[in-house]
Design a protein around this ligand. Structure first.
Ligand code: CLF
Ligand code: SF4
Length: 478
């Protein structure tokens, strides 16, 4: 491995359990042209705003892979677009298509079907494209989405275009093979296995060609990068710049989460802390749209980002469930959501137009518990993640990330007793000034307050709750 290159603060903590990411949402969205805004309006990963309302699902149809990342154990799902250490139930294309129709009927706000593993979708082209073809034919209102390491993308660009696939994710961890040789063990290309710098060089060249092909075909490209401390952390700023130059639309910097038994696990490679991830995202921001609401979901994830309803649709269950897919019902639900989003956007623009009168220099970091729909509607004890917002002295605020934790109350008997997990949670939000939550029990209230975090209990839209806070704590008139 290379010597430490990073100037980012290094700690000895284990792999972070943070799930980072969100485009500095609505602010960046307003600077996009209308055509792009429409293309991403219902995609929960490409639009931070959409992720509160629209769901995605993945189908696990692609088990093989053509490269070996040092953070991956092939017993588990592809760690480039999935939570490491998780195994998904592999389906045939026909089973996958049935599952999509069942879910689309039950969860009409599901707008995007992604194929993200459990290996690399384009190392399994026949299964991947057969699945896409079946869904395009039976459920044309569902957007198709693909996540790949990029090695084989150029070979399939015409098929992607013909299927009207508008969103592709490439995982690019380096633009310098010298660094890449410490991230990849081998690359299988043109019937030959390459190792070391040569392998990283081939992958890099193919990824750059893939970016170019996506740009030429007007397909929106998001780039995922896994942040590996002392290996590629500082280098990711160069990656961010390079992928933007080559036409990528959005950059998602994800913390390294180790799959048990992966090479990095055997050499005790650590993952970054939430604070390190945030610091790097802040450094990259400005020149590139950053995704900060990624949840590193499973290759068979179902539901809103941040919730996982996969257990409701196991193979045993969905094969027996009726298909209630109906385009008209779905269109109605989408129109209702769209009207709600429009209302929120209008209110935001109206408030932005009003002059803020700052009376303090402070910036507030706010942790929010939410079950979705853009509301502060979750009990502290049930939160398995916190949405983190930064509010500035000029009255503006932005979403800066989602941090995953185990829920404090995993059951009535244990609620309030789980001191260890409470410690971990407080550690996770220790840089926050305020906790916005719908409710919190007496015991955790005591500990969170003792950590210097002010608690505000409310049931309101996140936007309104933060504005109210700003008015009260910052003395800002909005
Ligand atoms: Fe899936 Fe990925 Fe498409 Fe989204 S996920 S293939 S772009 S539909 Fe989204 Fe999940 Fe993060 Fe991926 S939150 S891991 S970025
Ligand atoms: Fe694992 Fe995905 Fe890397 Fe393949 S591309 S080795 S499946 S993390």
């Amino acid at each position: 491995m290379t010597k430490p290159r990073s100037a980012l603060t290094a700690t000895k903590e284990g792999p972070s359990d943070v799930a980072s990411c969100s485009m500095r949402g609505s602010e960046n969205l307003t600077s996009l042209d209308n055509g792009v805004q429409q293309r991403i309006a219902q995609h929960p990963c490409y639009s931070e705003e959409a992720h509160h309302f629209y769901a995605r699902m993945h189908v696990a149809v692609a088990p093989a892979c053509n490269i070996q990342c040092n953070y991956c154990n092939r017993k588990y799902d592809c760690a480039n677009e999935s939570r490491p250490g998780v195994t998904s139930e592999v389906l045939t294309p026909e089973e996958a298509a049935r599952k999509v129709l069942v879910v689309a009927g039950k969860i009409p706000q599901m707008t995007v079907l992604g194929i993200a593993g459990p290996g690399d979708p384009l190392a399994n082209p026949e299964k991947t494209f057969r699945t896409f073809e079946l869904i395009a034919e039976k459920a044309p209102d569902i957007k198709l989405c693909l996540s790949t390491n990029g090695l084989k993308l150029v070979d399939h660009i015409d098929r992607l275009k013909n299927l009207n696939i508008d969103h592709v994710t490439l995982t690019i961890n380096m633009v310098d093979p010298q660094i890449g040789q410490n991230i990849y063990s081998w690359v299988y290309f043109n019937h030959k296995r390459y190792k070391g710098r040569e392998a990283a060089h081939i992958l890099h060249e193919r990824q750059m060609e893939a970016l170019q092909a996506l740009k030429e075909n007007n397909i929106l490209c998001k780039v995922n990068s896994v942040m590996i401390p002392e290996i590629n952390d500082r280098h990711l700023m160069e990656v961010s710049h390079a992928v933007k130059e080559h036409g990528a639309f959005l950059h998602n910097i994800m913390p390294l989460l180790l799959a048990p038994g992966a090479y990095y696990d055997t050499v005790n490679q650590r993952g970054p802390t939430p604070q390190e991830v945030k610091e790097l995202q802040d450094l990259c921001e400005g020149s590139m749209n950053l995704m900060r609401h990624c949840r590193q979901c499973r290759a068979d994830a179902v539901g809103l980002l941040g919730e996982d309803r996969g257990d409701e649709f196991t193979k045993e269950q969905f094969l027996d469930m009726p298909i209630l897919y109906d385009q008209n019902t779905r269109a109605k639900v989408h129109a209702e959501i769209s009207a709600k989003v429009e209302k929120i956007r209008y209110a935001r623009e109206f408030l932005r137009g009003k002059k803020a009168t700052p009376k303090t220099q402070d910036t507030l970091i706010i942790a929010v518990t939410s079950k979705g729909d853009g509301l502060v509607n979750q009990h502290f004890g049930h939160a398995s993640e916190f949405l983190i917002y930064r509010a500035s002295k000029d009255g503006t605020f932005s979403f800066i990330g989602a941090r995953r934790v185990g829920a404090y109350c995993s059951g009535i008997e244990t609620c309030g007793d789980a001191e260890d997990s409470l410690d971990r949670i407080i550690n996770m939000i220790s840089d926050c000034n305020i906790l916005l939550t719908s409710r919190i029990g007496k015991e955790p209230h005591k500990f969170v307050s003792a950590a210097g975090i002010e608690i505000v209990q409310t049931y309101d839209s996140i936007e309104t709750a933060i504005r109210t806070l700003l008015e009260r704590t910052q003395g800002i008139t909005l």
